[in-house]
Design a protein. Sequence first.
Length: 343
Amino acid sequence: MSTPKAEGFRFPAEWQPHRATWLSWPHNVNSWPGKIETIYKPYCDFVKEVAKGEEVCINVATDQMQQKAIEYLKAVDADLSRIKFYQHPTNDAWCRDHGPAFVIKEGDKAIVNWGYNAWGEKYPPYDLDNQIPTKVAEQLGLKVFNPGIVMEGGSVDFNDQGIVLTTTACLLNKNRNPHLNQEQIEGFLKDYYGASQIWWIGDGIVGDDTDGHVDDITRFVNNNTVVTVVEPNEADENHTPLQENLQMLKSFKLPDGSPLQVIELPMPNSIIYDDQRLPASYANFYIANECVVVPTYRDKKNDPVALEILSALFTDRKVIGIDSTDIVWGLGSFHCLSQQEPV
């Protein structure tokens, strides 16, 4: 069975040019109990900003859902000419994890159809979500590679020189691929993402129901630099695991032998809702063609600091903060909701 790497495909860094961004319209009230109506304004603000620089493709279940989406998008003056709907029913909105993983080579594009099991069977049913990559491939006329294992888009991050960053907490969790060891999982990452190196860090943040997705903690911002969240308060339960990740990152060497550049991002003040600590993090930003959309949390101290740090790193794009306080009640934010399609 051929693999993307064997055929010359690779997964490009998120900052490389996009043809489009894929989303799945939020509709599952169980993901935002008692709050789903409050998320549509910031969600549509996100769509509006991304659509300024690329097409936005939205999976919907029905004509009725599409019309509802259009009403919300019109309310924020989004450019509907840049937004395209596809009748691909989903169970939930987290397109980073159930959406298509696009790989490219010169003049060609394909989709990797990783298996999806709702973060270790936590939220059945997930059968509709699991069909999204093949449905998108059919719409776009693209070849599909089927690794036959579970892998979520939020569990991995990429630079553009063959390095994949991930966490042991998620990828080695027995609720994903219990038949595979670390070396075997690395083989799949290399073969199906076209990678050459796999970098592992440890645990994720408190409240993250994905078992430690890397897109809530550490992200590449260019080929030799990552941002990683830190919690200075030693009494906070995020402090120690994030410090351990920081030290691991500082030990990594790039292919030329130089050290990885590591920039610290603050954590926002803890957000508690319905007696549950939510996985609020500034690392869950999304890099679009013309902007970087950063989740903010009504934190007068840390929101501006995070935006300033990221603005200094993404000088070629507008860095935009959008309030994610209600969205994160669904236990994710803008990066979790989106999946880029490269040109």
